[in-house]
Design a protein around this ligand. Structure first.
Ligand SMILES: [Zn+2]
Length: 149
């Protein structure tokens, strides 16, 4: 069996959220899945046809985050990778990067359109990346976690 090949909700399997670069570690907050399913429904209804949410990053181990920063730079230095990325396991599985596929037309939905709908279900949306949007639940999912950035 493929690691984490476990259905966790109607449209998602656990392996979509694991860190394939470093041991398939996965941390996934139940609220993240609940909100992603709500987003799936909202996107399908808004489009009036089937869509698929493609998770491009869920859990990111510190090691993978460091590797990514070597490529894209730390945000402190004007790059794209945060030292306190909400994808890190210590935040409890509250973040996802995603794209949305319009199944019928076989093309990705515009990032801005996805971001506008996602704003109803997530605390933070980052939509300035060229390839995906970032969503997380830094305020509502983890009342005990540090959240000052
Ligand atoms: Zn992200």
């Amino acid at each position: 069996m493929k690691p984490n090949d476990i259905q966790v909700s109607e449209h998602f399997t656990l392996c979509e959220f694991d860190d394939k670069a470093n041991g398939n570690l996965v941390v996934l907050h139940p609220l993240t899945i609940e909100r992603l399913e709500k987003l799936h429904l909202a996107l399908s209804e808004s489009m009036g046809r089937p869509i698929a949410i493609l998770i491009t990053c869920g859990t990111r181990t510190p090691r993978t985050n460091n590797q990514l920063a070597k490529l894209l730079g730390w945000t402190d230095d004007g790059g794209l990778v945060s030292k306190t990325s909400k994808h890190l396991p210590r935040f409890g599985g509250i973040a996802a990067d995603l794209q949305v596929l319009d199944i019928e037309f076989g093309q990705l939905m515009p990032i801005r359109t996805v971001a506008q709908l996602a704003a109803s279900f997530f605390d933070t949306i980052i939509d300035h990346y060229p390839t995906h949007i970032h969503v997380d639940l830094r305020d509502s999912a983890n009342p005990g976690a540090p959240s000052n950035d």
